[in-house]
Structure formats: C-alpha cells, structure tokens
Design a protein around this ligand. Structure first.
Ligand SMILES: NC(=O)c1ccc[n+]([C@@H]2O[C@H](COP(=O)([O-])OP(=O)(O)OC[C@H]3O[C@@H](n4cnc5c(N)ncnc54)[C@H](O)[C@@H]3O)[C@@H](O)[C@H]2O)c1
Length: 502
C-alpha cells in the first residue's frame, strides 16, 4: 500500500514513546516534526536519535548517507503552529484525557483540514479523545509498543466517528513506515494491555499468596510456555508504579477484579521498590544452581501425563529399592522409610493424597507435574508441590532427582493450578472471550501477543493446540476450587467439552 502522507508530526517527542515514534517516521522516509513542551527533552532526544542511527549503521541496517538523511528529516519545535502543514499528527503526550482533547482541539484550528490525528493512548478511548475536537472523523488510534523504534507492531483502532478513509490512510502509512498493523476495537487496553494488565496482576497476587517466588514464577513461565521474558522480569522493566497506573485506569472501566491493583503492588510502590528504575522490584534472589547428585530412586508406574509413552527420562536410572519413590500415573501409598515420595498430580491438589492438614506420615510426600499444554508434548518444567508440613529434606531429595535428570524445577505451594495453569488459563479464557466479543480476529490476537510480547504462540493458538476440551477441564477444576470468574471456561471451551462428551 502506498501513502499520500509526506509530513508527520509527533507530539510528546521528548518522551519515551514519542521519541521512538519520531525515529520510526524519520527512518521510514517522512519529514518529521518533533513537538514537545520541553525543548530540553527534545534536544536530549535529538542526541539519542543520532546515537540510534549510528548503531543502525554498526549493525548494517543503514549506511552513512541514509543515517544523515534520516536525521536531516527531523526537526524540533515547541510551537504548535509549525504543525500546520503536516499530513499526520501522532500524539504521545501524557496519558490524560483532558490534556489530549485540548491538544487535538488546538491542532484542529491550526492544521489543514485533511490532516489526520492519531493517538498513541494505552488506556483512553479514541472516541472520547476525538470528542469535540472538530474533526472527529479524522482521529484514529495508533498504539505503538515500547520501544517503538524496535517493535514493529501497531494496534490500530477506530473511534465511533472515524471515517474509513482516515483509518485506511493511517493504516497505509504504518505499513509504508515499515510497521505491522493489526486491527482492534476502541476498548480499554486494545488487545495487548487487555490481556497483559490482568495477567501481570495475577502474577503479583500469586506472589502475595505465597504460591512461589518471583524467580520461580519466571522460570516456570519461560520453561513451561517458552515466553522470552518471565512476567516478573517484565513487571520490573515496565515499572511497578506504571503497573499501578494501568490497573487504576482499567479497573473502573472494565470492573474486572483481575485488573484492579493488587495490595502487594501498592505496598511495593509505597516502599520505593519500583523495579529496574529504582534498583529493586520483584526479582531479588539469585537462582540456585541445579543439583549435580541425588539419592537413588524408584519409579512406580511408567506412564502418566508427565511422561507419555517413550518419554520417561527417569526410567533408566530407576532402581528396585530407591531412597526416593516416584509415582507416575498410578495410586500411591505412604511409606515413612523413604526420604521422599513424589506423587504425580493432574489438576488435583496434593492435599488429596496427604490430607489438607497433613501429619507426620505424609511429611515426606511432595507432588509433581511436568508442565504440558493439553495434548502437546511435555515441557522441561517440573512443578514441585509441597504442603506446610512437608519436610524440607523431602523437598530437596525429590528436587535433586528431577534436576539430575535435566529438568528445570520450581517449587510451589499446594494451590489450584500450580504456577503455569493458575496464571495462563485466565489469559486463554480472556483471549477466547475477546474473539467472541469481536475485539480482534484470533489471528490478530495471536499476532499481537507474538510480536508485542515475544510469545512463541499466541493465546488462542495455544489453547487450541492443547485442546479446548482440555482447557475446559483445567480451567473448570481451578474455577471449582477458587470461584474466581477468570477461570470460568470461555464459551468455545465449553462447546468443545460438550462435543467431547457427546
Ligand atoms: N510507556 C509505554 O510503555 C507506552 C506504550 C504505549 C503507549 N504509551 C502511551 O504513550 C503516551 C506517552 O507515554 P510516555 O510513556 O512516552 O510518556 P512520557 O512521560 O515519557 O512522555 C510524555 C511527553 O509528552 C510531553 N507533553 C506532555 N504534555 C504535552 C503537551 N500538551 N504538548 C506536547 N508535549 C507534551 C512531555 O513533555 C513528555 O516529553 C501515553 O499516552 C501512554 O499511554 C506508553
């Protein structure tokens, strides 16, 4: 697609997002006017732009002439009148409805009638930002990802009054600028943040509940799901104060309790622990090296969900009378003589075997599950489950057996869904519900998550690959134990479950 847009202005170009968007526009060949109230910030960003393009030369992405031309296309101003002849104005100023509305109303009186106004808002409504500005049909949502100069994805949305012509012209510009647009609706958080904000809050609530350490949550999500970055690393990067603002913006609009700010998050911010920017966030501990030796062990039952046929890395080392006993896919008996007994879990809690209160006879019993998305091949992750009365020596003995066999082991309390399913099932339900609500197509939902968040497979694709009927069973099991609406299986999963029962 080609574009008639030649000259672009970026408002808030002295800020994090605006600076990156200006780089995208200039790199894409457009004359780029960088506008900000702070001329000091604009100067800082000009220096950063030169460095960014220098690095691009070093990485072989552009040559000296292209770098010089890109920089020459950029100009700075703190005078709105300099935006008069721009074809497209992208605003990335403070996230405040009144401030954004005021900017577009002023610009309406300055810019030529055909200029398109785009907003990079993360949480506000495009329709509301456009309301009363005088050219509501020419306002469009254009949500870049951080850092804009690196991330290709743009979530594009129409306000109620946005014309097709405006939307199509803005879409064509993003493609010409080398970006990848996806279409979504004018709803809080579009696709990316609508999925991410509640998910990140779930992670914080899991830490608060004592489910697992932040370090183990990151390992579980990376190893179990293949995400490039663990959620606690991402939270520390986003900034915990920013996560508070996102929750405060989303919850009043969506009334989704998962979006509301978790008490632990508020306490962290009050304590000055904001993540990377303050030097301390959720991740604090070094991850201990894996065990290099373990006690002898015996495997009872050769196959289970964790070890489908032909895939039992522990089988070769199994002896007749081992110090540690591992039950896979079979019934279990207490035996106080064993250093540890590890019983394979499906969706049930360990308490089913030990009793909820536990006693001395079951103090050597732990649960385990090798994470597996439905019928897909198992991952390398072992979630090791303990109760308050479990002896630390039993946990260590079982852990060593799995680590020596090459698994990544994380410890978690005996709470529904353990780490991975507890965190990921609500996200799959959200994604499936969003498809039903017309927020985006399944393909765009997944593309957004893969491109914007580095997931290897998007949530819809993952839920489908594992089997929607299995998703139903896991989600329903957690829902029955917690009563939390996020686990109520989405319609598509209910339908597939019904089909599997027919
Ligand atoms: N930070 C992110 O991860 C992210 C991602 C996507 C979208 N966004 C959205 O981008 C926008 C900007 O966020 P940010 O994180 O870059 O903020 P920021 O605070 O880093 O930058 C905002 C910039 O806007 C300038 N500014 C404020 N009011 C202005 C006005 N009236 N006219 C001109 N300039 C003005 C400020 O001087 C500042 O340089 C927000 O709408 C935010 O929701 C942020």
């Amino acid at each position: 697609m080609s574009t008639a847009i030649k000259k672009v202005a970026v408002c808030g170009a002295g800020g994090t997002m605006g600076a990156g968007i200006a780089l995208v526009a200039a790199r894409g060949g457009f004359e780029t006017v960088c506008f900000d109230l702070s001329s000091e910030r604009l100067e800082q960003q000009s220096a950063a732009a030169a460095k960014f393009f220098d690095k691009a030369i070093a990485r072989g992405k552009m040559d000296q002439a292209q770098r010089d031309a890109a920089l020459a296309r950029m100009s700075n101003t703190s005078d709105l009148n300099d935006l008069a002849d721009c074809d497209l104005v992208i605003e990335a100023i403070f996230e405040n409805l009144e401030v954004k509305r005021e900017l577009f109303t002023k610009l309406n009186g300055i810019c030529k009638p055909e200029t398109i106004f785009a907003s990079n808002t993360s949480t506000l409504s495009i329709t509301q930002i456009a309301g009363g500005c005088g050219r509501e049909d020419k306002v469009v949502g254009m949500h870049f990802c951080l850092p804009a100069q690196v991330m290709k994805l743009i979530e594009m949305s129409r306000g109620i009054n946005t014309s097709d012509e405006t939307f199509n012209n803005a879409w064509a510009w993003t493609e010409t600028a080398g970006q990848i647009p996806v279409e979504t609706q004018d709803k809080p958080g579009f696709i990316l943040n609508a999925l991410l904000v509640p998910f990140n809050n779930d992670v914080i609530r899991a830490i608060e509940a004592g489910l697992a350490s932040a370090e183990d949550i990151d390992i579980a999500i990376r190893t179990g799901l293949g995400y490039k970055m663990g959620p606690c690393t991402l939270l520390d990067l986003i900034g915990l104060d920013t996560q508070v603002l996102l929750g405060e913006a989303f919850y009043p609009i969506t009334l989704d309790t998962r979006a509301s700010v978790p008490p632990l998050l508020r306490r962290m911010v009050a304590a000055g622990k904001l993540g990377n920017k303050s030097g301390e966030g959720f991740l604090t501990a070094e991850v201990a090296p894996k065990a290099e030796s373990c006690l002898s062990y015996e495997v009872i039952g050769k196959t289970g969900r964790s070890f489908p046929d032909g895939d039992h890395p522990l089988a070769a080392g199994s002896v007749i009378h081992g110090d540690v006993r591992i039950y896979t896919g079979t019934c279990f008996e207490v035996n106080a003589d064993k250093a540890a007994i590890a019983v394979e879990l499906d969706t049930e809690c360990l308490g089913v075997y030990t009793g909820e209160l536990g006693d001395e006879a079951t103090a050597n019993v732990v649960g385990f599950a090798r994470y597996r998305n439905g019928s897909e091949a198992p991952s390398n992750l072992i979630e090791l489950v303990y109760k308050p009365h479990t002896k630390p020596a039993a946990i260590a003995a079982a852990r060593a057996v799995f680590e020596v066999a090459g698994f990544d082991v994380v410890l978690c309390n005996d709470l529904p869904g353990r780490i991975v399913d507890r965190l990921v099932r609500p996200k799959y339900n959200d994604a499936l519900r969003f498809v039903d609500e017309g927020l985006a197509s399944p393909a765009d939902m997944d593309k957004t998550c893969c491109m914007g968040l580095g997931y290897p497979v998007g949530p819809v694709g993952r839920a489908v690959a594992g089997g929607l009927a299995r998703h139903y069973c896991v989600s329903k099991a957690i829902y029955d134990m917690t009563g939390q609406p996020g686990y109520a299986p989405a319609r598509a999963a209910v339908v597939e479950h019904q089909r599997s029962q027919a």
